[in-house]
Ligand binder design. Structure first.
Ligand code: MSP
Length: 579
């Protein structure tokens, strides 16, 4: 180990990649436990994905946001273990229809698509710890247990139910959720305002959940709890919805004769459990609700549940009501994101505008697409996906601003000793008299604090923005200092070292702060600078080399690193939007 490495080891709290790690007890003691009961688990979830179609960038977006936040949490090293659950939603008539259309049995069809979601996660470094499929025996047991709890507590009753039923959305709708339109034959029909799918008047015997009993409690939860739903806009949408109309009871089963691909109601084979109740319980399955081994108490409640705005009602009304009924704690925060459109339209198979993330990763790399989604996507409003824009952003920021700066300061022409050189303090003071240097140092010193605030507010685009702005000031500093001229003058060797040092320290700080966004690229950058994994944490990023009189030079890793290859526009057609 070289001296520079030792210095990082000595001064910084340890931390390493890998979510299954349990922090050492010494560090744990130093950290104020967030919640005694929940012990050391930070529990984050993504929605579970429908298997009626292959994954697109919208699905990837939910997963990438959750992964980024989980990695941020790890970087902060709060002494917690990360539990990160994802999975697939496999029951219901839509899935049954999709399997028929693919000439496969439902379970074989589900196996195939569930596998493509696992592949997606692997390809994009989504570091989940739990993958729940609603067809897993374990999940089915959990669902039945949860059903029995609700029934025992008298929140489920059987009744004749009639109303407008939307087959494609598998839900009953109230008349205020409908729109009257004419079908192709000019006949007046009703459709769902939200999804545009037709509804039909349906009469059947169902089990109902006493949702209406929870209206006041739901309002109180949303009013009292500042961070129940983020961004605030979505909390307001829920409150408006709850204040506008009286909640009806919710039908939580369907006749098995109509929906057979599902979990039957315990002790009533004639009914299948409603797919949304089935799906929402996946979070309890992941948390080990079924087992009585004490794990559930350690895991529950989820700290953050990432969802898209289309499923806000299910997670912001039905889900908390189910949990209230079962006397379980509610999730701490629902983090709701908006949608990706293409040509300003919703992605759909029929429009042929589905953006395939795997194809994009072949041209942009997986980190490239992660970067673009997190850099350009904002939670509060929809973003329009565009390949040309993605290429422009990636070339300008990852290839030029970040990659090129690393290449320049590690090139043998300027850096023949191949090191992150140590500083001559007097020379540093001289260089700091220049505005470009002063600005750079100020920016780098502020950066971790700015990013910490943005990460904690889930404003990832602002994190990236702040890092890129700092890297711009580093590029300006580098250009202004003309290190290639300094190189020609032996008496300026120490000034050259100051230039290289300040640039590399900016890269170290930026690389660590970008680890949650682009884990692979950042690791590559940090490993070129020979920054050990143990110092990939927030603590180390707030400790600047220029304030550390013990800092010694660090030998760079000899391998040549091409951080991000510029994307040629002629590669764009390869990604042709496909179904
Ligand atoms: N199966 C339900 C979720 C059950 S969770 C208990 C479901 N699945 S889904 O596959 O349709 O959607 C999963 C996630 O992908 C949701 O968060 C959804 O918002 C997100 N996206 C699907 N299309 C999207 C876009 N076009 N843009 C961004 N995200 C969107 O709903």
């Amino acid at each position: 180990m070289n001296t520079g490495l030792m210095l990082f080891n000595k001064t910084l709290l340890g931390g390493c990649a890998g979510f299954s790690r349990i922090s050492n007890s010494v560090r744990r003691k130093a950290i104020v436990a967030v919640d005694e009961k929940k012990k050391n688990t930070f529990f984050i979830t993504t929605p579970i994905y429908y298997v009626n179609a292959d994954p697109h960038i919208g699905h990837l977006y939910s997963s990438v946001i959750a992964d980024c936040i989980a990695r941020w949490h790890l970087l902060c090293d709060k002494g917690t273990e990360i539990k990160f659950s994802t999975g697939t939603d496999e029951h219901g008539s839509k899935i049954q229809q999709a399997s028929n259309a693919n000439a496969l049995s439902p379970i074989h069809y589900c196996d195939k698509i569930a596998e493509s979601y696992r592949n997606l996660a692997e390809c994009f470094n989504i570091n989940y710890t739990d993958f729940t499929r609603t067809t897993d025996a374990n999940h089915i047991k959990t669902l039945k247990k949860f059903w029995n709890v609700l029934q025992k507590k008298n929140y489920i009753y059987s009744a004749d139910y009639e109303g407008w039923y939307c087959v494609s959305d598998e839900t009953f709708l109230t008349s205020s959720q409908l729109k009257e339109v004419e079908d192709n034959n000019g006949k007046k029909i009703y459709i769902s305002q939200e999804s545009g799918h037709p509804v039909e008047w349906t009469k059947e015997t169902n089990y109902l959940f006493k949702l209406s009993e929870f209206q006041e409690e739901l309002i109180r939860w949303l009013q009292k709890n500042e961070v129940a739903v983020r961004p605030r806009k979505f909390q307001k949408i829920l409150l408006d919805l709850l204040s506008r109309e009286k909640l009806p009871d919710l039908s939580v089963s369907r006749p098995s004769s109509r929906v057979s691909w599902g979990v039957t109601v315990p002790s009533d084979k004639s009914q299948t459990i409603y797919v949304w109740l089935d799906a929402l319980v996946n979070y309890l399955t992941a948390a080990e609700y079924k087992t009585n081994n004490g794990k559930f108490e350690e895991n529950w409640p989820p700290d953050i549940q990432v969802i898209g705005k289309d499923i806000l009602k299910f997670h912001g009304i039905y889900w908390p009501a189910f949990l209230m009924a079962a006397d379980l704690e509610l999730p701490r925060t629902l983090l709701c994101h908006s949608h990706w459109t293409v040509g300003l339209e919703k992605m759909s198979k029929s429009k042929g505008n589905i953006v395939d993330p795997i194809k994009r990763s072949e041209v942009f790399t997986a980190d490239g697409l992660r970067y673009y989604l997190l850099r350009v996507g904002v939670a509060h409003s929809d973003g329009n996906y565009n390949d040309s824009k993605a290429i422009r952003v990636l070339n300008a920021e990852l290839a030029d601003t970040l990659g090129n700066l690393l290449n320049r300061c590690t090139a043998t022409v300027l850096n023949p000793n191949q090191e992150f050189p140590k500083l001559n303090r007097e020379v540093l003071e001289e260089v700091k008299k220049l505005d470009v240097a002063k600005t750079l140092i100020e920016n780098v010193e502020k950066l971790p604090f700015i990013c910490e605030a943005h990460y904690n507010e889930f404003k990832i685009y602002k994190v990236v923005d702040a890092v890129i702005a700092t890297l711009h000031s580093a590029n300006l500093f580098f250009e202004t200092m003309k290190p290639w001229e300094l190189k020609k003058l032996p008496e300026e060797k120490e000034t050259l070292d100051v230039v290289l040092h300040l640039t590399m320290e900016t890269l170290r700080v930026s690389g660590i702060l970008l680890l949650p966004v682009i884990p692979h690229l950042s690791s590559k950058l940090l490993s070129k600078l020979n920054i050990p994994e143990i110092s990939h944490n927030l603590e180390s990023v707030k400790t600047f080399s220029w304030n550390n009189s013990d800092f010694n030079s660090i030998k760079l890793l000899p391998e040549k690193v091409m951080l991000f290859r510029r994307i040629l526009l002629e590669n764009k057609p390869k990604m042709k939007i496909s179904q």
